[in-house]
Write a protein that binds this ligand. Structure first.
Ligand SMILES: Cc1cc2nc3c(=O)[nH]c(=O)nc-3n(C[C@H](O)[C@H](O)[C@H](O)COP(=O)(O)OP(=O)(O)OC[C@H]3O[C@@H](n4cnc5c(N)ncnc54)[C@H](O)[C@@H]3O)c2cc1C
Length: 488
């Protein structure tokens, strides 16, 4: 048996890699964690979820300040935003979380942390900072980076991505966002609310292309009403540096060319797996443009090397990377052949209102040939939503042919948090009748979950047939007032 330096080596200290390293070390595996940046935490902590949600909160508060009259409060003249102050707050939140993702914490858990850029020298070894490290099992969790498609002029024009956008020294007067996905949509609202003139360009006819059009269009409507300009169904023809600003030339569906000008361009056109410089070709690991190829146990074609998180080209979420890290620990440390199952993987785009989804939506149910039915409830009919002034949106519950729930989409206040109840219902195979009968606190936005489940039973319970049965058995007397006398 070869004697390796480590039981397990993990490359990449983001959500996926940290989950594996912490689990493996705490289970007694001699663990090496290698990270190329100076700090652990990955994109989520430094350039993704944490800074974006912190920025969105600042933008939300500023938006409320400007709209105080809507809450019966005096109107206030708010001074312009100092983006460096917003950025300071972002950094302070990151600093707090950084303690949790620190070298010292992982050392305490029992893992050895090394910083630097490793290269595989053979199937079990890497070269790092002039030294060799071997491990029985390896996990590649190097994440993804923003891609810059081959658009004419883009390589000669300064632009920003998610790596720079949270750390600007001033608020841009105007911003063109290339891409109307989750990152583009969230950033469009954040910057528009802070006072930047924002335009979003996307070649798709809707923003948030994975979502059902009715909900994605409702998000777009909110963003438009706040001032975001949308150029959908439009291809980006050319990008130019004008010196004083930048220009993006787009071609509309009708063939017209429009020149958009702005101070800054944010590229949010998708993500590419971080496969460069790892020496994957040399040891024969198979990968393509999407990422490293893995089987349903997240093993690469070399069975002792796993790939977890954005790097494997699957779902690009922190919780997906964490889940996959757990699958790797089960397989690599416990030696249990656990497979991934994404049936009820939830996600959320944190615009205001946010749009969350779990399981199938209408688009995916239709694509799967399911004869589905949709049950909806609107937030404008929820007492707490009215009190909060958050009445835009609805919940959609998708039932299959057997009337079993296969998915839920929520556009409305706290959509991501509201999904948690559905996480338990769908994964735990909880009956809809149980959810509909369970007591929920009043007044809460979460009552909408109970209500949409109840709406499935209402027509069955309050039917003519049931009325007739009750009348027959218990001699109920029926209506107390004639319908035609009920005037609203
Ligand atoms: C703006 C933005 C907002 C987002 N918001 C959300 C959200 O709200 N919710 C959500 O779930 N997800 C969100 N995401 C996605 C989320 O950040 C990623 O899915 C998640 O970080 C993936 O985790 P990971 O471990 O695969 O990769 P990462 O977290 O990126 O970690 C990879 C690590 O590997 C390191 N690395 C890279 N190459 C090498 C190398 N050669 N050698 C050593 N180390 C290397 C990197 O420096 C990094 O630390 C957002 C992303 C962005 C960009």
């Amino acid at each position: 048996m070869p004697n390796y330096d480590y039981d397990i080596g993990v490359i990449g200290g983001g959500a996926g890699g940290l989950t594996v390293a912490s689990g493996a070390a705490q289970l007694g595996a001699k663990t090496l964690l290698v990270e190329k940046e100076k700090e652990l935490g990955g994109d989520c902590l430094h350039f993704g979820c944490v800074p974006s949600k912190t920025l969105l909160k600042s933008a939300h508060v500023y938006h409320l300040m400007k709209n105080s009259q809507k809450f019966g409060l005096p109107s206030v003249d708010v001074p312009p935003v100092e983006f460096s102050e917003v950025s300071k707050r972002i950094k302070s939140v990151i600093d707090i979380i950084q303690h949790h993702d620190s070298k010292e914490r992982f050392c305490k858990l029992g893992a050895k942390v090394e910083f630097g850029q490793p290269t595989f020298t053979d199937e079990h070894s890497i070269r790092l900072n002039g030294s060799n490290f071997s491990a029985k099992t390896w996990v590649i969790a190097t994440g993804s980076s923003p891609i810059a498609p081959p658009i004419k002029g883009l390589d000669q024009t300064p632009y920003i991505t998610n790596r720079e956008v949270f750390y600007l020294d001033h608020l841009p007067k105007s911003l063109i966002i290339l891409g109307g996905g989750p990152i583009g949509s969230e950033m469009s609202q954040a910057f528009c609310r802070l006072g930047t003139r924002v335009a979003v360009v996307d070649m798709a006819p809707q923003i948030l292309v994975k979502e059902d059009p009715d909900l994605a269009d409702a998000v777009k409507e909110v963003l438009s009403s706040e001032g975001v300009e949308f150029y959908l169904d439009s291809s980006i023809e050319e990008v130019k540096d004008l010196g004083s600003g930048k220009e993006v030339k787009i071609k509309t569906k009708q063939g017209g060319i429009i020149g958009l000008k702005a101070e800054t361009i944010l590229v949010a056109l998708g993500r590419g797996a971080n496969t460069d410089d790892l020496g994957l070709e040399a040891i024969g690991i198979k990968f393509d443009r999407q990422g490293i190829n893995v089987d349903n146990r997240l093993r690469t074609n070399l069975k002792h090397i796993y790939a977890a998180g954005d790097i494997n080209g699957g779902y690009q979420f922190t919780h997906a990377a964490g889940y996959e890290g757990g699958i790797v620990v089960s397989n690599a440390i416990f030696r249990l052949p656990r497979k991934v199952n994404y049936t009820f993987l939830p996600w959320c785009t944190y615009t205001d209102p946010p749009l969350g989804s779990i399981g199938m939506n209408e688009k995916s149910a239709r694509a799967a040939g399911i004869d589905y039915k949709v049950w909806t409830e609107e937030f404008k009919d929820n007492d707490r939503s009215l009190a909060e002034g958050e009445t835009v949106g609805k919940i959609k519950m998708i039932l299959d042919e057997k009337e079993k729930p296969i998915g839920v989409q929520i556009l409305g206040p706290h959509a991501g948090d509201l999904l948690s109840e559905w996480v338990a219902v769908l994964n735990g195979k909880v009956k809809l009748s149980t959810l509909a009968a369970a007591i929920h606190p009043y007044p809460t936005i979460g009552e909408i979950n109970k209500k949409v489940a109840g709406s499935y039973f209402s027509p069955k319970i309050f039917s003519e047939k049931v009325q007739k049965g009750l009348k027959f058995f218990f001699n109920l007397k029926g209506r107390a007032c004639a319908e035609e006398t009920c005037i609203e």
